[in-house]
Write a protein that binds this ligand. Structure first.
Ligand SMILES: Cc1ncc(COP(=O)(O)O)c(C=O)c1O
Length: 449
């Protein structure tokens, strides 16, 4: 990697200013950019992102948790280029094509249990809307008209369209829009950070499962589905929990005839150490929502996988019995090819085993960081690491992001939770850069070193 200014680079301020004039950036108070410049990215390679001055930054969060096999991955690039010469997109109503059929067949093989029917959309929130509607509609077609509510976990995040936001429990995203949302209850989280009485992760998860049991004992008649982020609650600071909760949640949902929706939009495709988080509890949800890593972050694609039982519920002579959701780019051929190339990389390489070796290396090398006096709850699940930094600074996250850049790091804490969710292609040298740079950033921000 080089740090010299390339001859043809766009002047930093020019691209940044053009962007601020016309692009409304997500999850951003735009006024902050009066003092805090945007980073204009012109290219990427592997875990590295490069700005217009050719400064490199390690993408420690996989560009919002999507990138599995590095930027500009040759295998995925080639698959998309090949597909471009055939058909880029055709609507999926009345038509079909090889990439969407092959992708569905391969996902069916990979997914737990009998999740053999795939409904596609473009983003995570859309997949959640589809799963919620499908669950409600299934019960409606079965004469259970009162089942029109959903329950989710305290601290869950499921996206920010109105349905997805209704089942989300993250105040910063939800509070303002509350008048627009459907009421939804949230049962206690199994996240171990909330454990009391020195409970182990398993004990805490079992207590949370008991609370779910009590809730559904009272509310099962009006509840269509429980929706959860399995094993790791991402947006609320990578809260990790014991798989026993998933096992109990499955049993409890079965007992009360309530669907279980597993939102693996962020956690699917190896992030938690197994292909799907649900694998760690050996359970099959009624709906499995996938996105992000599905195309290794290349192109927007999401899918809701469901059972034959649900599918058959809609299979009827009358078209009014059909599932009613029309999404323009469902099954986009280019995105399906990116997803197939992603699955090829899994099939041709021992990705999950290799990740275990990388995780062991990172855990060992992270000991000085984990032992830092201001670092709390250092934790790891698969290819996710997180810890809280003890600070009173309300602007810690923004400062950490800014302080990371000179250390060649894209760090984007969630509040005072710093986390790493790197592309799986990260190597040991790059892991060392991440850990050493982060330690220096924490030292600077906590004036401790
Ligand atoms: C668990 C989970 N569900 C849903 C979503 C929403 O996905 P999208 O941003 O693609 O709408 C996200 C996004 O981070 C997520 O982490």
């Amino acid at each position: 990697m080089t740090n010299s200014k390339s001859e043809n680079s766009t002047p930093f301020s020019s691209l940044e200013n053009r962007s601020l004039k016309t692009v409304w950036h997500p999850c951003t108070q735009m006024k902050q950019h009066e003092t805090f410049p945007l980073v204009p990215i012109v290219r990427g390679k592997g875990v590295w992102l490069y700005d217009s001055d050719d400064n490199g930054y390690i993408d420690t969060i996989s560009s919002w948790w999507v990138n599995l096999f590095g930027h500009t991955n040759p295998q995925i690039n080639a698959a998309i280029c090949d597909q471009l010469e055939k058909i880029e997109h055709v609507m999926l109503a009345g038509f079909t094509h090889e990439p969407v059929v092959e992708l569905s067949e391969r996902l069916k093989q990979l997914a737990p249990g009998n999740l053999g029917h795939c409904f596609y959309a473009s983003d995570g929130a859309s997949a959640i809307e589809i799963a919620l509607k499908m669950s409600f509609h299934y019960w409606l077609l079965n004469g259970q008209t009162q089942k029109n509510k959903f329950v989710s976990l305290q601290n869950d995040y499921h996206g920010e369209t109105l349905g997805a936001l209704s089942v989300t429990d993250v105040a910063i995203f939800k509070k303002t829009y509350a008048p627009l949302l459907r009421p939804c209850d949230h049962v206690p989280t199994p996240d171990w950070r909330y454990a009391e009485d020195d409970d182990t992760p398993e004990q805490h998860a079992l207590k949370a499962a008991n609370a779910l049991d009590e809730y559904l004992a009272k509310h099962h008649a009006e509840t269509a589905a429980l929706i959860i982020e399995p094993l790791v609650q991402g947006a609320m600071g990578m809260g990790m929990y014991h798989p026993i909760y998933l096992k109990r949640a499955r049993e409890i949902c079965d007992q009360y005839h309530v669907h279980l929706i597993a939102d693996e939009i962020a956690m699917g495709f190896g992030r938690t150490g197994t292909m799907f988080a649900c694998n760690q509890a050996d359970i099959t949800p009624d709906f499995l929502c996938l996105a992000k890593g599905l195309s290794s972050g290349y192109l927007p694609i999401s899918v809701v996988m469901t059972t034959d039982d649900v599918f058959q519920g809609f299979y009827h002579d009358q078209s009014t019995h059909a599932f009613l959701h029309s999404h323009t780019h469902t099954g986009n051929a280019l995105a399906c090819r990116a997803a197939l190339a992603t699955l090829d990389i899994f099939a041709q390489n021992d990705v999950l085993e290799n990740n275990k070796v990388k995780a062991a290396y990172l855990n060992q090398a992270a000991k000085p960081l984990a032992a830092h006096p201001k670092v709390k709850n250092f934790r790891n699940c698969g290819m996710i690491w997180a810890f809280e930094v003890e600070t009173d600074d309300a602007d810690f996250a923004e400062k950490c992001f800014a302080a990371g850049l000179p250390h060649q790091l894209l760090l984007r804490p969630l509040g005072n939770t710093v986390y790493f969710m790197p592309p799986y292609v990260i190597n040991e040298e790059e892991i060392d850069l991440v850990l050493n740079g982060t330690l220096q950033v924490i030292n600077t921000l906590t004036k401790n070193g």
